[in-house]
Ligand binder design. Sequence first.
Ligand code: HEM
Length: 445
Amino acid sequence: MSQLRVPDGPPGTWIGGNLAEFRADRLDFLTRCARDYGDMVWIRLFLRRVYLAFHPDLIEEVLVTQSKHFIKHFALRLNPVLLGNGLLTSEGDFWLRQRRLIQPVFNRSRIMSYGPPMVDAAQRMLAGWKAGERRDIHAEMMHVTLAIAAKTLFNTEVDGDAEGVAAAIEVMQDNFLERFNSLWPLPLWIPTPANLRAKWAAQALDDILFRIIRQRRAENVDKGDLLSLLLNARDEDDGKGMNDTQVRDEAMTLFLAGHETTALVLSWAWYLMAQHPDAEKRLWAELDEVLGDRSPTVDDWPKLKFTEMIALESMRLYPPAYVVGREATVDCEIGGYAVPAGTTILMPEWVVQRDPRFYDEPDKFKPERWGEERMKSLPKFAYFPFGGGPRVCIGQQFAMMELVLILATIAQKFRFRMQPGTTVTPLPTFTLRPIPGIPGVIEPR
Ligand code: HEM
């Protein structure tokens, strides 16, 4: 390893390293690191050695070519109670077995059957909207994707268990954030008020989920939802299914990984469109041409090209997972840099997807760029809102269909205007949340 390079990076303080700057304004700090120190940067977050990889080729090495040298990074291990040993967090042979078991749940023909409940949920939401009303569009999008997750995953309505699940998740996510931001996160078994709240929420969550799972096993009826598919999934080699705890962990993971991420893309899309009337007009023209007055169906998805471009461009500018992370399990070499075992590598989508080397006018919302010929030669990991390699998002197609169908259903009838004087800022928590929401006025199209 001696002739390998060691990345340069910003000087930090003696104890915390770069932790204070990282915590103060994460997005700005990451952007400055790329600008000042290049494609691979070394920082220290307290005791943790962290590299920041900003070039698509380096990212491809980590996520694809050398993926066997890496596991998920430390942040994902901070909340074992919430995610359990589900797909997002599990590793090694166990993860591979689970991924093979669950993959068929997301094949294209299966997910197409979830189109109607998606459109239905959006229409039910619109039935409660009145022109001229003030609403926080982010709260609305969270609600509609929650309803869709509840229906497609558990075949339940939002007013029932799903709200309880969502409330418990919120408490646990807050606990996770506190621990993520803390210099020395206290183990969950220490009874701090925050840990007690998280424990209570975890118990409430388990009560609901295990009840639903047991009911389902007892009924033994395929309800056509993702939970039925999880319960019926069998390993090709040994024919074995999952036990209740595994089903709980996977169901929880899908619920959590799927609903907020999708809501965020939709929220940011409305925020961006409210400021770009040209894009809005082009969207309406497409909806008029493809749909006329009828509601969208899954068959329209391939034809709603500009609608999809809006989703792609929103995810470029505001990727819900604004950074993907890994930890090296062995000493290895990435792009000529020495990566000692134990190093965390963070790959910030937020920075790479706004890099002027790959995008013209990178900070501008230009959905039409996705139709340009030159975008076909974009390096693969210059755009990776769903990650990549073996751990790529399993729900990518599900999410893309949901984004297109919901955008189309809403934009057919309504437009959204920002409340004058409101400033919305992306807050990098575990995901990229709009603060203080996206308040505005609903207007008829
Ligand atoms: C726009 C919406 C979505 C975005 C931006 C998104 C983003 C991501 C990203 C970046 C990863 C990779 C994380 C990593 O490599 O560390 C991931 C993994 C994952 N996503 Fe998504 N996701 C979305 C929607 C969904 C949906 C709808 C589901 C399920 C219903 C889902 C389930 C998962 C799961 C289970 C994993 C872990 C896969 C594995 O490690 O094998 N996601 N997602």
